[in-house]
Design a protein around this ligand. Structure first.
Ligand SMILES: Nc1ncnc2c1ncn2[C@@H]1O[C@H](COP(=O)(O)OP(=O)(O)OP(=O)(O)O)[C@@H](O)[C@H]1O
Length: 325
């Protein structure tokens, strides 16, 4: 649905987005993640046609945003970081205004009523936007993005500045919208992306440093399979048993959590599944496997690792460039 090739944006001499390429499939919910200043908003603004490209191409459903901006923009609903609301309008006036602005051809009353029901603002339809809470204003921002029934929704930091309850409500709304749209969610809040996205792209200093599912990111970067096992019985001599299991590369005692049980960390080689041999070995030696859970890296850990790796890479390149000069 979205095809991005070799996209670059320069602000004068500053390279804000550096030769990035990625696809978003029809119906996919993509998290676009990165620290402040990474180039997220710049990328979103280029995809939505608000900002010109320095080089590269962006196609929405096969339509080139630069060659045919009007047709491409019809396919996109955009909620920028600062929603373009007119505070002195009522919700009704504002959504009708957006409807006219977009040249929407759908039956006006039914279409707007449907949107208000979906984002749950029907009870505030006649109220001035300036009198609404931040959470409700954000819903109005989402509503304007939905006018015209676009196939693609792009939401830039939709929960920034909201209180915890409002954040949960907007996240639930994003989840609902993700079922019927191709959606890009830009954020620097990891749990948010993890909660709603099937795929994650991490951008740092204008470069893509990861493009994968949340599970794969966590799995691949940890470089091994780590488990936390609670073992019952005479656990004091369990370590040699664990270490003798084929493909276990590390095992150690973490601590005693129950009267006759202890927790062990077990790390196996990547690509091997030691859960069954583990069970058999323990049972064979008279131990009880009381619990087994994966200890994958959190997205938080991964994010820090990716962003710092990309910084190291950049400073290496900078040294190389200095040497070349
Ligand atoms: N109009 C502009 N002129 C010059 N530099 C800009 C302009 N807009 C953004 N930048 C710079 O480009 C880089 C990318 O900015 P961008 O706003 O896309 O990042 P971001 O990932 O969206 O960050 P944030 O989460 O803080 O909004 C930053 O270094 C920023 O300072």
């Amino acid at each position: 649905m979205i095809e991005i090739r070799n996209l670059t944006k320069m602000y004068g001499h500053k390279r804000a987005v550096n030769d990035i390429s990625f696809d978003v499939k029809d119906g996919e919910v993509l998290g676009f993640l990165g620290p402040n200043g990474a180039g997220k908003s710049t990328t979103m603004n280029m995809i939505t046609g608000y900002l010109s490209l320095t080089s590269g191409t962006i196609k929405i459903d096969g339509i080139d945003i630069m060659e045919n901006p009007k047709e491409a923009k019809k396919l996109i609903g955009y909620l920028p970081e600062l929603p373009p609301l007119y505070l002195d309008m009522t919700v009704k006036e504002y959504l009708n205004f957006v409807y006219d602005l977009k040249g929407c051809k759908l039956p006006r009353r039914e279409h707007l009523a449907e949107i208000c029901e979906l984002v749950k603002i029907q009870d505030h339809y006649g109220r001035l936007i300036k009198n609404l809470s931040k959470g409700y204003r954000q819903r109005v921002g989402v509503a304007q993005a939905l006018v015209g029934n676009p196939k693609v929704l792009i939401l830039d930091e939709p929960t920034v500045g909201l209180d915890p309850r409002q954040i949960i409500e907007i996240r639930n709304l994003i989840q609902t919208l993700g079922k019927s749209h191709t959606l890009i969610l830009s954020s620097h809040i990891l749990p948010e992306v993890q909660a709603v996205c099937e795929k994650i792209i991490v951008i740092s200093k204008g470069n893509i440093v990861a493009n994968d599912t949340p599970d794969n990111l966590s799995h691949n970067l940890s470089g091994s399979n780590k488990f936390l096992a609670r073992i019952g019985g005479d656990f004091k001599s369990a370590l040699p048993v664990l270490r003798a299991i084929p493909h276990v590369k590390f095992a150690d005692l973490l601590g005693q959590k129950e009267a006759d049980a202890a927790d062990f960390v077990i790390e196996s080689e990547l690509g091997s599944d030691v859960r069954r041999p583990l069970f058999e070995a323990l049972a064979g030696h008279g131990y009880y496997l009381l619990g087994l859970k994966p200890m994958e890296l959190s997205l938080e850990d991964i994010f820090m690792q990716l962003v710092s790796d990309s910084n190291e890479l950049r400073s290496d390149n900078a040294h190389e460039e200095e040497k070349a000069v």
